[in-house]
Write a protein that binds this ligand. Structure first.
Ligand code: ADP
Ligand code: ZN
Ligand code: ZN
Length: 750
């Protein structure tokens, strides 16, 4: 008798046994999707495994599998194995883990092909509509649609309904008001067209360092039986890591194997894709979030059918169903965005290492600023280590100069008009001389909007513009005269007077990129300036257009947030200015130092990539801070020693694991009650060496109207408390109004 273990598409975190009828015995295999009876209805499920049972006493009750969903793809068995591991390790249900393996676009039977897609017609008009109607209940749905589309390029009617419950009539109304336009078909064709217009290129002769790394990776590929499957490619910015990836992949292909390349979404720019396309042409499938459902399905099918042997994409491309996987590359492996923020809260980098283990594939983690965990593993031999210490084209690393903002402030007091703490005299004169030579400048500030907050200047009035649903102040956008919440995305008109005391002029605090752009335009009236952040980048092609302009030399100064910090390679950029290096330093987070170091190094790496010498100016109030000093010296090993020492004392990663337990709900006392009960019970499962930190309101104490509490567990021997917590969170009943979840190997505690 054949029995199938099936997980049903409900988040029950359970596997159910079903009998496989004779006539389906060939078709029911691990990874296929089947219809099964469930209670009084029929459900779709995924077969995890099939087993032969001789003695089936006690299994009389088993119900039979009803049918195999023939048009849906079969997941490879090893991927299912990976999914199971993720469910256990990341403490999510099996259903959630398996769901992550198959892109939504493929899972959904309904096809979006040829469906109309809708996009914002004009941002200013949308703002104006929200401004005039924000208090009207009847406009709520329309405003919700506009807000959703402010965060997306374009969506189908189904997608809009799913996101904000707005029906076709709402969309029709917005089309009539000319607030929306029908976007898709043309954009799709255009993108297709561009895809094929890439000229092929040839491998470059590797430098000695590149060759050594290549040899190491090729050896891993040649010896799938070796135990250590993972290596760190630790190469300074511009050292030619990508060339190493490209040639390693070529070697994998030669062995008849396939490859996956993961890049952070933010650096999955056309520029990156073009480099891979130029080398591998149609063997490449691209998966990223800007694809429409139809495009995504098409790319996925190419991989599934074996037409493409290489998949490149963000996080989820890790689950590309490639046969005979030989190599996984994780570029910029330290990037935060590899950790998924919703369940399953997996780290794509760590899951890549696991997939490599399961499939005997080699895993290459590349970075100029490795995560402490990765470098730790490389130092103690768990991973191989290859270093690229020189830039490939032998252009020297840029010269980094620190400007002390405290001195600049004094100077500005004595010499009004000669610069400020935003644009110090040093920065201004450096920019001027670059403009004079017709070279290009990048200015970086990690905060969008005009100001971090808008508040009342009256001393006795405490009004600050704050999101009513979140414990955070609104970001102020001056040119749009709008306020936006960085947590929930709410957008409202900015008040002109203080709504409490009626003060006539409001004050702003904390500068953002919009303000930097304003000032730059005033100081350098003849320069061609553009800003790139999530406020200005709307529409499918906005990024590409701006970057293309910059590449062609039609812009002199590019101002932006971390969106411009990564992966860009423009030879004519000779100056990078960091407006304020301190903004990320003073956040009470264990990774604040690491992130600041990474960001400064990455931004600095944009300068001097061609044959001209590059310069970086870092403005800071804390020039003697260790993190800033190591970043200025571009000395990662020294930074590692410094930060690792702090973490070791505190038992933080990489010296121990970190589990965050969150509870959220609308009633604060219930939230607190539940998390305290769970915490108390979990403590009895903790190994003596585990440090358990009592529940308390999370740093983001309220988001979207829900109170949030946080407790943490950390230490080396964490697995028994992890298992206990998983069971409590997924299977025990606490209070329906309180949601509990776990974040294993949490990257931030917020
Ligand atoms: P990284 O990814 O390490 O920041 P890139 O791969 O972007 O570095 O390489 C930086 C530049 O050096 C690119 O313009 C690339 O084409 C060039 N390059 C890489 N390897 C070589 C090589 N062996 N010979 C000449 N140029 C190279
Ligand atoms: Zn909010
Ligand atoms: Zn006031």
């Amino acid at each position: 008798m054949l029995i199938a273990q099936v997980i049903v598409e409900l988040s029950l975190d359970r596997k159910f046994d079903y009998l496989i009828p004779e006539e389906l015995s060939a078709a029911v295999r691990p990874g296929v999707r089947v219809e099964v009876p469930f209670g009084k209805s029929t459900r779709v499920g995924c077969v995890l495994s099939v087993s032969e049972v001789e003695n089936f006493s006690g299994r009389f009750e088993l119900k039979p599998v009803l049918a195999v969903k023939s048009n849906s793809p079969q997941l490879p068995e090893k991927l299912l194995q990976l999914g199971s591991w993720m469910a256990d390790y990341y403490c999510c249900s099996y259903e959630q883990a398996v769901k992550a393996l198959l892109p939504g676009a493929v899972r959904r039977a309904k096809s979006n092909r040829g469906k109309r897609r809708f996009a914002l017609n004009d941002l200013a008009a949308a703002d104006e509509f929200i401004r005039q109607n924000s208090s009207k209940k009847t406009a709520a749905k329309r405003i919700a649609v506009l807000q959703t589309l402010m965060q997306e390029d374009d969506l189908t009617a189904d997608e809009i309904e799913l996101r904000c419950g707005a029906t076709a009539s709402v969309i029709k109304g917005l089309l009539e008001l000319e607030l929306l336009v029908i976007s898709s078909v043309d954009a799709l064709k255009r993108r297709k067209h561009r895809k094929f217009a890439v000229a092929p290129d040839k491998p470059r002769t590797p430098t000695a360092e590149q060759q050594a790394a290549l040899d190491g990776i090729c050896q891993l590929l040649d010896h799938p039986e070796w135990d250590v499957r993972t290596g760190l490619l630790f190469g300074v910015t511009g050292s030619g890591k990508t060339e190493v990836y490209l040639q390693s992949i070529a070697h994998a292909l030669k062995l008849g194997k396939s490859a996956i390349v993961l890049v952070p979404e933010i650096s999955l720019t056309p520029q990156t894709v073009r480099r891979f396309r130029a080398r591998f042409g149609d063997a490449l499938a691209v998966l990223h979030s800007r694809l429409s459902d139809a495009e995504r399905r098409e790319e996925w099918q190419k991989i599934y059918n074996g037409q493409a042997q290489i998949a490149i994409g963000a996080r989820s491309a890790l689950f590309a169903p490639l046969a005979n996987l030989g190599l996984i590359v994780v570029d910029e492996e330290h990037e935060n965005s590899y950790k998924q923020a919703e369940a399953p809260r997996y780290s794509a980098r760590d899951v890549a290492v696991m997939r490599g283990k399961i499939e005997n594939a080699a895993v290459v983690l590349g970075s100029a600023t490795p995560a402490l965990e990765t470098y730790y593993n490389a130092l103690n031999g768990k991973y191989k280590l290859w270093k690229l210490e020189h830039r490939a084209e032998d252009s020297p690393l840029p010269e980094v100069r620190v400007v002390d903002l405290a001195l600049a402030r004094e100077h500005a007091k004595e010499h009004p008009g000669a610069g400020s703490t935003l644009f110090t005299p040093e920065l201004i004169s450096a920019i001027k001389s670059r403009l004079h030579c017709r070279e290009q400048v990048i200015l970086f500030l990690n905060r969008r909007g005009y100001a971090r907050e808008l508040a009342c200047p009256e001393e006795l009035c405490t009004w600050v513009a704050e999101c009513p649903d979140c414990s955070k102040s609104y970001i102020y956008h001056r040119s749009r005269q709008m306020l936006s919440c960085g947590l929930c995305g709410r957008i409202v008109p900015a008040p002109v007077h203080c709504p409490v005391c009626n003060a006539e002029v409001l004050r702003t605090r904390g500068v953002g990129t919009e303000r930097i752009e304003d000032i730059a335009r005033r100081i350098f009236p003849h320069a061609r300036i553009e800003r790139m952040d999530s406020d200005t980048m709307r529409g499918a092609d906005a990024h590409e257009i701006t970057l293309e302009k910059f590449r062609r030399g039609e812009l002199d100064i590019l101002i932006g947030t971390q969106m411009i910090a990564k992966g860009l390679d423009f030879p004519n950029v000779t100056l990078v200015g960091v407006i304020n290096a301190d903004s990320g330093l003073n956040i009470p987070d264990i990774r604040a130092s690491e992130r600041t170091f990474q960001l400064l190094t990455q931004v600095a790496g944009r300068a001097g990539r061609g044959d001209k010498h590059g310069e970086v100016i870092i403005q800071t109030f804390s020039p003697y801070n260790d993190v800033i000093r190591y970043a200025v010296a571009q000395d990662f090993p020294a930074f590692y020693e410094y930060d690792a020492a702090v973490r070791q004392v505190l038992n933080y990663p990489p010296f121990g694991h970190l589990i965050a337990l969150y509870a959220r709900g609308e009633n604060e006392s219930e939230v607190s009650e539940v998390i305290n009960a769970v915490f108390l019970k979990a403590k009895s499962f903790c190994h003596a060496s585990v440090i358990a930190v009592e529940p308390a309101p999370a740093p983001l104490a309220r988001v979207k109207g829900k109170y949030r509490y946080l407790a943490t567990f950390r230490g080396e021997k964490i697995s028994s408390v992890r298992r206990a917590l998983r069971q409590m969170v997924l299977h025990e009943v606490w209070k329906n109004s309180v949601e509990l979840y776990l974040d294993m190997d949490a990257q931030t505690l917020i």
